[in-house]
Design a protein around this ligand. Structure first.
Ligand code: HEC
Ligand code: HEC
Ligand code: HEC
Ligand code: HEC
Length: 449
């Protein structure tokens, strides 16, 4: 083997790579630290939540303890509270005459509405039934006479007896107009009453808010217990696992306060010196509906069946709340939070606990019926009675049609049988005549006979 010539410019010998190595090493170290940081915190934002929680909750419990030592009486003796209480009494007195007047008007109006409603609902049901008949009936001549019936029915007058004893006569259109007018008036009066009562409720809310802000439900010993538990807390994933229902909800890894036994608002979780509650403070609030969580124990129901969101996700608030393109069930927005009840309570007409009327969903369900949406969008079990009536009347209709078909078919069969009998007699005669005429030798008979 001939010796390789040594190149004159051997880069290994002639050039220094120190700078390259330094750059590569810096990048390597940076990625290493980034990876370590990401592993420990980047992918686990809940750790930061829980460490904030520890500090803020302990601070809150400290002040809560001193407040809890005061009894409600002491809070009520406070001059700030007494001012609020006075303001409430003044507002109450100021509103009283107007309020009483409006309430009386509304009561009278309600009695009138019931009087009209009693007559109107009967007539409307009858008119609707006729309309339904016309829309679903088949024959055109029937339709015409039924339409005349409907017009006649609507023109007929009926008598409404008002609570004061006087009577009025209305045809259908007038009755409907009267009914709507009375209801509009009630809506107007109720709104007016709301306006009159507004300062009173505001003053009363302020006074009771003052008490709840300055009172704590727990005794100082219980609060000490909570403080101890919180101080000993090690950050870890908080998880609800309901295997049967395939629910894994880690929401409480961040929402640490959700099920705490004291009322926690975002205001009390805001660190001193900060004006507005930050993200942490907003996440640490106790659940606004503890009564509801008693009926739906999160250990059995989880959180996401009511709220939606991605229960398993913990790497960011967006992902946990399902607000990204790979999750089809994002958290219901605040104003729409009761939408979640529909998942399980679609068939219930009204939802309420001792503490809360769920007005948004109840109003929605009411509108859904009033506007006739359930005529086409049916739910199993929802508004069951009309549904049952409807299906039975459909069945009756079907049976009626079947009966007509069967009678017609029977008559047809009888006719056919008669005809067949006549035919056999006739063809027998014809055959005999033909035979006697010697026609039997014709090609037809010779082939078939
Ligand atoms: C990574 C931490 C984190 C996780 C996990 C998390 N949240 Fe939140 N959540 C927050 C923060 C922070 C806020 C306050 C944000 C704000 O007000 O903008 C919040 C606010 C909310 C609110 C109030 C929303 C509003 O519109 O006012 C609800 C309800 C809620 N979360 C439910 C859930 C549910 C249910 C889950 C589990 C499926 C969950 N969260 C998981 C951090 C988290
Ligand atoms: C039975 C249904 C239901 C379940 C289960 C439920 N919630 Fe809620 N949650 C509600 C309703 C309703 C509201 C809104 C109440 C209101 O605004 O008065 C609410 C409000 C909230 C809020 C907003 C608080 C605020 O002040 O803005 C948070 C945060 C929250 N829930 C977290 C949770 C977590 C965490 C769980 C699981 C441990 C959970 N919820 C389980 C029905 C439920
Ligand atoms: C995952 C299904 C589910 C969701 C979502 C759900 N519920 Fe329920 N709810 C139930 C079940 C099951 C019961 C019966 C619990 C029991 O009797 O122990 C119940 C009971 C109730 C009751 C008590 C009824 C009674 O007769 O005492 C009320 C009120 C109620 N739910 C309201 C709500 C509201 C309001 C929401 C939405 C914020 C909601 N529920 C969301 C399943 C659900
Ligand atoms: C005459 C029958 C009828 C009535 C009454 C009716 N709908 Fe519908 N609705 C439909 C049909 C048909 C569709 C389309 C379904 C489809 O495209 O798959 C629909 C679709 C919808 C959708 C979209 C559903 C989806 O999954 O995308 C909503 C929401 C809806 N209707 C709400 C209402 C509301 C609210 C009312 C009452 C104010 C109402 N509907 C009354 C027949 C009706």
């Amino acid at each position: 083997m001939p010796e390789q010539p040594v190149p004159e410019q051997d880069p290994i010998v002639t050039k220094s790579y120190a700078a390259h190595y330094v750059v590569a090493m810096v990048i390597l170290m940076a990625t290493l630290f980034w990876a370590l940081w990401d592993e420990a915190f980047g992918q686990r934002p809940w750790k930061a939540f829980q460490s904030e929680w520890k500090d803020r909750y302990i601070a809150f419990l400290k002040t809560a303890k001193s407040k809890s030592a005061q009894s409600e009486k002491q809070v009520e003796q406070n001059s700030d509270y007494q001012q609020l209480e006075q303001a409430y009494e003044q507002a109450y007195k100021a509103a009283q005459p107007h309020r009483d007047e409006l309430q009386k008007q509304i009561t009278d109006l309600n009695a009138k509405i019931i009087a009209v409603q009693n007559v109107f609902t009967d007539r409307r049901a009858y008119a609707n039934a006729l309309t339904y008949e016309i829309e679903t009936g088949t024959s055109a001549s029937n339709k015409k006479s039924e339409q005349e019936d409907l017009a006649k029915y609507k023109a007929k007058k009926s008598t409404v007896e008002y609570p004061d004893g006087h009577r009025e006569q209305y045809n259908f259109q007038q009755l409907e107009a009267k009914y709507n007018a009375l209801k509009d008036e009630r809506t107007k009066l109720s709104a007016e009453l709301g306006d009159v009562l507004k300062p009173v409720t505001e003053a009363s809310t302020k006074a009771s808010q003052y008490i709840s802000d300055h009172m704590v439900d727990l005794t100082p010993t219980q609060i000490d217990g909570l403080r101890k538990k919180t101080a000993e807390w090690d950050p870890k994933i908080q998880q609800i696992n309901v295997a049967d229902a395939n629910i894994v909800d880690r929401c409480e890894s961040c929402h640490m306060g959700a099920r705490e036994p004291v009322k926690i608002t975002s205001a009390v979780m805001t660190p001193k010196g900060q004006k507005k509650p930050d993200e942490y403070a907003r996440a640490f609030v106790s659940h606004p509906e503890p009564e509801l969580l008693k009926v739906h124990d999160p250990d059995k129901f989880g959180c996401s069946p009511c709220h939606q969101g991605n229960g398993r996700a913990t790497t960011s608030v967006e992902k946990a709340h399902g607000n990204y393109e790979h999750w089809l069930w994002p958290l219901f927005p605040k104003q729409n939070v009761e939408a979640g009840c529909q998942t399980c309570h679609a068939a219930d007409m009204v939802l309420a606990t001792n503490e809360t009327q769920f007005e948004v969903i109840n109003e929605g369900k009411d509108l859904f019926r009033q506007k006739g949406c359930n005529g086409c969008h049916r739910y199993d079990g929802y508004d069951k009675e009309p549904e049952d009536l409807n299906s039975i009347s459909q069945q009756l209709k079907q049976l009626e049609t079947d009966k007509k078909d069967n009678t017609k078919q029977a008559a047809d069969l009888m006719k056919q049988a008669d005809a067949a009998q006549r035919m056999t007699k006739q063809s027998l005669c014809e055959w005999q005549i033909a035979k006697s005429m010697g026609a039997c030798s014709s090609s037809i008979f010779s082939r078939t006979a």
